[in-house]
Design a protein around this ligand. Sequence first.
Ligand code: XUL
Ligand code: CO
Length: 450
Amino acid sequence: MATIKKKRTASAAKEYFSKIPQISYEGPTSKNPWAFKWYNPEELVEGKTMAEHLRFSVVYWHTFRGTGGDQFGMGTMLRPWDDGTESVENAQKRMRIAFQFMEKLGNPFWAFHDRDIAPEGSNLRQTNKNLDAVVKVAKEEMKRTGIKLLWGTSNLFGNPRYMHGAATSCNADAFAFAAAQVKKGMEVTHELGGGGFTFWGGREGYTTLLNTDLKRELDHLAKFFKMAVEYKKEIGFKGQFYIEPKPKEPTKHQYDSDAAACLNFLRQNGLLKDFKLNLETNHAMLAGHTMHHEMETAASAGALGSLDANTGDPMLGWDTDQFPTSIYETSLIMYTLMKYGGFTTGGVNFDAKVRRESFTPEDLFFAHIGGMDAFARGLKIAAAMRADGRLVEFVKDRYSSWDSGIGADIEKGKVGFKELSEYMLKKGNIAPNSSGRQEFLENMINEYIM
Ligand code: XUL
Ligand code: CO
């Protein structure tokens, strides 16, 4: 059950959101900015609660570590609980406040990178110790609130040691450090009962091919993943491994460039059974795809795992990670997700950040409320599309020439070029094509989106 219902004990830290009400469902006519208009966690859709369908998750990196800084200006965010230092004590306090925030919002899951939650020390041993100290607090807070870990991940891109990549670095020591880091990251994710572990190849790619041995780097990447799979078994971690595709940024080209590239890499290296994909809307856009396309590509290979929910700005060419607000987009995402049976271990993970001009803690609430409502509404629209069934019917009918006769013979492998040539020589020409009716179908989708 994904909803948090149990009565919780009080936070061990000062309450920072005491003036903010518990965010709850008030329905579409409500004008209250502190309420959900569509997300009603207990409401049943196709026999499952909205909370179970959507499995909302808050990310630690943007929501609690985002500064609002960009290439042209320093951070803007007001986070009154944060003393701005990189101390372990500050990190522990921040963790408690993060759980106060999530309790108010009512999301059932969260996600983090190792380095978001705890500062690095002067060496790996000290860094691991810092991580343990903050994980201890996270564990207490998860127990106190009932909020679960959707997935953990290791930041293998921020530290200068990873300037050439981590698993694909030209420096073997960088590979070794990354392995040690992922080992520890998996251990703490396991300790926190995480449902998965994500690999986003932040710098696993190149900025110029002139200095790059592409084949060697890809072989190393496969080796790294194989080691992770082995270690996962060794510690008995049952969570799902995910790869998160992204074509570029920070590198010019990332090896995990899109769903198809990831699937090819996994298949080539015998890793497809061990990984699913964590797809992100803004990454799909950067790859020149829709999220819908990425989801269909992953799902048709049985590798649709989890979703990083956000959106980009079509006027800007980079990963702006904005909160999702487009009902059209969320409807198609939910439609595709439901078509393939919904989440198992995955969820709708808000890998999204408030704009640097939206700098107060209240904005964190408005952003998430809007994203959750956009997805809840998308879920209802997708369910309406499915109940109506015209779209499924149309697609089924479009392929009906494959259900019998020559189509069925081709699918069953009963005929080859010789038989097909005989068939066509006898028939003379093909049966007439029917219209693809794109505009008709687009109009139909708009009927549901009201
Ligand atoms: C970067 C990105 C990451 C991953 C986790 O674009 O999406 O935050 O989700 O490393
Ligand atoms: Co992401």
